[in-house]
Design a binder for this molecule. Structure first.
Ligand code: PLP
Length: 423
């Protein structure tokens, strides 16, 4: 009998034995095409030789040294690489072990920054109903997924949720997509005014929404307006690129396409591409300098911050993505895949929308394509799809949930950037 405490306690799972390129294999030899990189993690596929070599070399040199005593070469070089390739004002990189830790750290950095600046009343966090920011208590409180929050609600800090930018569901027939984006962005200003501008700390948002609704990009102009509103009231803009970052949408950072720059940005998943657990929080020098010149100490920290082996893996991943041009294939391959999905599913009676950016794609599942009416059992349909696809040798990421009181179900696809047309 197994002593592992699994995610699903009533499911028998196959045992994974190896990975190669875009495929995973179980111990029976069955192959699975990793069409979602687990949950948008494995952007380089499996067994990338350059990443494996970098990890082995780092382990041979020194696997771990605590950041209370040392910095390390791979951590320094990874931070440089990220900042060199991050457009806008981001200047410092705080390395953590995963996505939840990155968003949790972002919230705490935001709060410590205003605290040290003397703006001690700033405490309200605003986020969107269509969002997932992680599973630690602060990150969970920030996310808008009711199903994930429900059992823990007495433990969660108060957060304020506004509408998402979800044109398929929210745009009115007589409205342009631009006007729709301005209308939903206006909810941010309204909420700030309602809470009192001096009391609002941050707005946390995924540039392209992942797990809660399957690769939903914003409409044009939405983020520009959001940035303006945040600037007007001194509210920090925290972008959660844990899922959509690191080249997944066709640019290294998803925010590049929006023509804005955040105050803080969280990345993970594709950062280590699954070769090591790692996440990062990037912030502006303005934020960093307030802490440097104030207490001189970010009052946060985990044992595995800046883990040298994880940093070496992420540095090797970044080199593959940027220097070897792997990330450059995302936009053209994504365009081909979306065309193919539209050909196959574009008229399917139960697929309401085919959408996404780069190799971050989503299919919205509906009961009725014309009316967009969802199935009543929003979690059962994705679960059945996941099992059927897995049985057939395809790993994809179907999910369901309730957004703005409406049910929704979707399949998220996030295949490795090394996929080829034949796959
Ligand atoms: N933020 C977003 C947008 C995510 O999609 C996720 C995970 O799916 C997280 C945060 C949490 O990341 P992790 O599961 O690595 O803790």
């Amino acid at each position: 009998m197994s002593h592992v405490f699994p995610r699903h306690s009533r499911k028998e799972l196959p045992v994974v034995s190896r990975g190669e390129g875009p495929f995973l294999y179980d111990t029976s030899g069955k192959a699975y095409f990793d069409g979602s990189g687990g949950a948008a993690v494995s952007c380089l596929g499996h067994s990338d030789p350059a990443v494996l070599t970098a990890i082995k070399a780092q382990v041979d040199a020194v696997a771990f040294a605590h950041t209370g005593f040392f910095t390390s070469e791979p951590a320094e070089r990874l931070a440089d690489k990220l900042i060199e390739n991050a457009p806008g004002n981001l200047d410092r990189v705080y390395l953590v072990s995963g996505g939840s830790e990155a968003t949790e750290s972002a919230l705490k950095l935001a709060r410590q920054y205003v605290f040290e600046k003397g703006e001690t009343k700033r405490r309200h966090v605003i986020a969107r109903r269509q969002s997932y920011h992680g599973n630690t208590l602060g990150a969970l409180a920030t996310g808008g997924n009711l199903w994930r929050r429900e059992p823990f609600s007495p433990l969660l800090m108060e957060t304020h949720h506004i509408s998402p930018c979800y044109a398929y569901r929210g745009q009115k027939p007589d409205e342009t997509s631009f006007d729709y984006g301005q209308r939903v962005a206006q909810e941010l200003e309204d909420k700030i005014l309602e809470l009192g501008p001096q009391d609002v700390l941050a707005f946390v948002v995924e540039p392209v929404v992942g797990a809660t609704s399957g690769a939903v990009p914003p409409v044009e102009g939405y983020f520009k307006r959001v940035r303006e509103i945040c600037d007007k009231y001194g509210v920090l803009l925290i972008l959660d690129e844990v899922m959509c970052g690191m080249g997944r949408t066709g640019s290294l950072f998803a925010y590049e396409k929006e023509g804005i720059s955040p105050d803080i940005c969280a990345v993970a998943k594709g950062l280590g591409a699954g070769y090591q657990p790692i996440g990062a929080m990037l912030c502006t020098s303005e934020i960093y300098d307030v802490i440097k010149q104030g207490s001189g100490f970010f009052q946060h920290g985990h044992t595995y911050n800046g883990h040298p082996t994880a940093a070496a893996a992420a540095l090797a991943v970044a080199k593959r993505l940027i220097d070897d041009g792997v990330a450059a294939s995302v936009a053209p391959m994504g365009a081909k895949l979306v065309d193919e999905l539209k050909t196959v599913f574009g008229h399917h009676p139960n697929i309401g929308d085919v959408r996404g950016r780069g190799l971050f794609l989503g299919l919205e599942i509906v009961k009725n394509r014309e009316t967009k009416e969802p199935f009543e059992t929003e979690l059962a349909i994705p679960a059945r799809l996941k099992s059927a696809a897995f049985e057939a040798g395809l790993i994809c990421y179907p999910m369901g949930g309730t957004i703005d009181g409406k049910l929704g179900a979707h399949v998220l696809l996030a295949p490795p950037f090394i996929m080829e047309t034949s796959h």
